[in-house]
Design a protein around this ligand. Structure first.
Ligand SMILES: Cc1ncc(COP(=O)(O)O)c(C=O)c1O
Length: 430
């Protein structure tokens, strides 16, 4: 499989070049930016973005948490700002790309040359796509909202099926897509957070339109395997549903999500599918950019022209960010391979405490963990905050019914010192 070879090659070459522990290594070579190669207009929106880059927005909660963990008064943070560990060459490349690109309209799908580059990039990773099946967007929040609006627009009481827990903004996206739209949830907790299509069968009605899957999953870290993806396609085929995949964490998995999805599509070809990815986890959450793939030309066209014409101009910046992310993909991804070791620290902790991890996790930044003595997640999160100034998210945030307060919290595997600090604080309650 091309994707697997590519991933292995990337890791080997990155190891050889010393990227694993230090992405700011002097060995990181700058790539020649697409904009330089194509000698694009020197007109720029440089001033605007130079200002953004100079004064990133800092998330105070995260900053306090990391500072405590590292015994420092303050530290820089990656969320909501340009990621602090990005090497200066990448930052320089961003500024160069900004200087080189014009401010002209890039077309409804994003800059054509960048779409082509993105198609090659995804194909190389294992998902065989062409540039006329792609659309550059402003990240998954934008791509998913627009897709749902497009798919649900003409129905009376459309229903979107998904598994619980789920990333809460997805519920808002469904509600905003259509005033009468409903999110129908199958309880994943019953099946150790793996998808159960048996249970989902009972939720089908004549109004069911979309199956929404998130893999790797936030908050559980579960990654759907080829069999589960194939079952999802079969389920959608049988019930005439659109399959929409939130691929925010596709690049943060021990398995090759692109190759696995391609294998599922080889097993069960299907064109009513949309997969939406983002650069916000790899490059920066402050520079909004991502991709949407669908082999359904009508859907792509409708999302680009019929849903949010007002957003089209933003994709000048999104195209720049896409190009820079692809140019620096290996270095950017390497920083995230560290989350695997960080997750292992949590597994060691569970072993020591003799408690069972609630889910088998192969990806993502996040982990769902149990509270002591079945304590409601919101109570335990409050205790951690009050006693250790530790910010974790109660599991309640990820379920449908706000009165349901299951005995879990979600932790982020961000960096070694902060995870060690979180583990120490967690252990004190057992
Ligand atoms: C599952 C999931 N979907 C979507 C998003 C939002 O992604 P973006 O920043 O690309 O809008 C996130 C961000 O945390 C997420 O966890």
């Amino acid at each position: 499989m091309i994707g697997h070879n590519f991933a292995q090659h990337s890791i080997k070459s990155a190891l050889k070049r010393g990227f694993i522990n230090d992405v700011s290594s002097k060995h990181v070579m700058p790539s020649i930016s697409y904009f330089q190669k194509n000698q694009l207009s020197p007109d720029s929106n440089q001033d605007l973005w130079a200002k953004k880059l100079a004064s990133p927005i800092v998330n105070p909660l995260r900053q306090r948490f990391l500072a405590l963990a590292q015994h420092k008064p303050t530290v820089s943070v990656e969320e909501g700002s340009i990621r602090s560990e990005l090497n200066s060459i990448i930052k320089q490349d961003i500024s160069q790309a900004i200087q080189m690109i014009g401010t002209g309209y890039p077309g409804p799908y994003g800059d054509l040359a960048v779409l082509n580059k993105c198609a090659q990039h995804l194909t190389h990773k294992g998902l065989f796509v062409s540039d006329d099946e792609l659309l550059i967007n402003n990240g998954v929040s934008d791509g998913l909202s627009r897709t749902l609006r497009s798919l649900l627009q003409t129905d009376q009481y459309p229903e979107v099926l998904t598994f619980s827990p789920f990333f809460k903004p997805q519920a808002s996206m469904v509600n905003l897509a259509h005033p009468q739209a409903k999110l129908v949830v199958s309880d994943g907790q019953k099946n150790y957070f793996r998808p159960s299509f048996n249970d989902l069968n009972h939720k089908i009605t004549s109004n069911s339109r979309v199956l929404l899957l998130t893999t790797p999953h936030n908050p559980t870290g579960v990654v759907y395997n080829v069999k589960e993806l194939t079952q999802a396609i079969q389920f959608c085929k049988a019930h005439h549903l659109y399959l929409v995949i939130d691929a925010t964490y596709f690049d943060m998995s021990q398995t090759n999500c692109y190759g696995d999805l391609q294998q599922a599509l080889n097993n069960e070809p299907y064109s009513h599918i949309a997969v939406i990815g983002t650069n916000s986890k790899l490059l920066s959450a402050a520079i909004r950019s991502g991709w949407l793939w669908t082999p359904d030309a009508a859907l792509r066209d409708h999302i680009a022209h019929g849903v949010t014409v007002d957003l089209a101009g933003v994709s000048v910046m999104a195209s720049i960010a896409m190009s820079v992310t692809i140019d620096h993909f290996i270095e950017l991804k390497m920083a995230y391979t560290q989350t695997i070791d960080i997750k292992n620290l949590w597994y060691q902790c569970f072993d020591e405490l003799r408690i069972q991890a609630p889910a088998f996790c192969q990806g993502g930044l996040y982990l769902t963990i149990p509270t002591p003595n079945q304590m409601p997640g919101s109570v335990f999160a409050q205790l951690l905050r009050d006693q250790y100034d530790l910010g974790v998210v109660p599991f309640q945030y990820f379920v449908q019914d706000e009165f349901d307060d299951p005995p879990f919290i979600r932790v982020a595997c961000v960096n070694q010192p902060s995870t060690q600090y979180a583990i120490q604080s967690y252990k004190k309650f057992f």
